[in-house]
Design a protein around this ligand. Sequence first.
Ligand code: GLC
Ligand code: CA
Length: 566
Amino acid sequence: MCATAAPWWKQSVVYQIYPQSFQDSNDDGIGDLRGIIQRLDYLKTLGVDVLWLNPIYESPLVDNGYDIADYQKINPMYGTMEDFRELLEKAHERGIRIVMDMVINHTSTEHRWFQESKKSKDNPYSDYYIWKDPKPDGSAPNNWGSTFGGPAWEYVPERNQYYLHCFAIEQADLNWESETVRQDIYDQLRFWLDLGVDGFRFDVISLISKDQSFPDNNGEYVYTKSYYAGCSNGPRVHEFLHELHEQVLDHYETITVGETPNTNSAQALLFTNPERKELDMVFQFEHMHLDYGKYGKFSLERVNLADLKENLSKWEHDLEQGWNSLYWNNHDQPRAVSRFGDENYPVESAKMLGTLLHGMKGTPYIYMGEELGLKNTVYDSLDEYQDIETRYFIENMKEAGENPEFIRQVVYNGSRDNARAPIPWNDQKPYYGFSNHKPWLNFSKETSANVETALANPQSVFYHYQKLIALRKQLPAMVDGTYTLLAADHPQVYAYRRSTSNQDLVILCSFAPEEIPFELDPKESRVNPAKARLVLSNLENSPHTLEGVHRLRPYEALIYCLDKEN
Ligand code: GLC
Ligand code: CA
């Protein structure tokens, strides 16, 4: 066991499940809770400590569950409340905790609160959402745009007013300025905590406080996404989260992670500094934006290693008293191997990326299938994409007359469906052990890996992740060590050290598709190279110590450890 006083969630590894695509237990083509129960032993074998489930509540699924219609009901397509209790119990029996995805910036317009709110300007729910009068010419109150395209305001004749939606029209933003609304939200959280869940991932939580002057934004676009205008990190965001902590979280033992778009490291420190009692950690987006092009995530650009080193290192330093979440991918991002690794070296580069991430300071998150090294989804036709963001994008590009091949390529690179296709559990076509029914979203035409084959192969990406997870429990420096970037100017190697007073770790990761010479300068690393022993490699026959010139093979990744004698 790891000799560290750090809270349990700093020593944990979280595994994210997109329930719709994990495992179908009743052959309707949709993953479900009983499917997750069936696979708990698989997750236990991997060694993860916490499961984060994407939203499983009652929802019309306009944005796949991020549009909640009832916070206290399970969407029947996933199962029943009984199934959920059983999942919780069986996970807990195995020492695995469960984190729910809480979407409290907005609700579905089908939520009872909205249905009441839209009826009139004076009903008990009238100020539950953000309603504004039209401008004198009848147009929207300001020029904010929705994340998925178009304006962020929708007109409702019954009230002769517009309501704000930072996302789809069917996702209305809640009015956190109202004390009643906040209390009602806190009750929803207590409901799940009382049931025994272990924490929350708070969806777009940096957006809950809006600039109450609702200023027009003078951007280069007709509509500036609302979170670049007056919606992120608004004046009361910290006050609200502190209140939520005081009134709810403080009374339970929880792990909380806030998804915080448009948040820099100084703001993230405010969210996560334990003294401030807000959140345990955040999902920040800066490293996700390093390869953004003209159309944001839909681009052909590749991340430059120098930028990646600079950015990740900045976050490792700036969050000193706070805490970060470490991630390469999730349900909103393409697959890590395709984006940051190399599809020609899927196994090597997947293991390398895992090593780089898990060695860092923060809580690592594994998105389902990442432990198999799954690549982006390959589809024959653009019609196979289901995601609302992708579909809006395709429509807009077609209208703009973009070249079809360009659209195909950027969608392949950037679509959220890259990560949302079902998990292949074995190699049996057509549904790979996920279901006996055509799944809600097609499998990739090129399934690059599957669970059964991975479990049978000691060299698979799966077992490398298993080792990384185990190391976090064995090497205190992996949890507590301070971070120092090494060989900062090296164009192809990402090297860093993690140190406590008793232990040094040196992590070397090659981003080169060919063999390259590499030698660490002991003056810089301050580690005796002959004494640093190899604890993990993604290839066979790697050098046992750090001494001399290493010939790093394509995407080789190495962890060396030196226990200091005091
Ligand atoms: C978050 C979710 C994303 C969703 C959005 C709106 O970014 O991760 O999937 O579309 O919030 O709720
Ligand atoms: Ca099902």
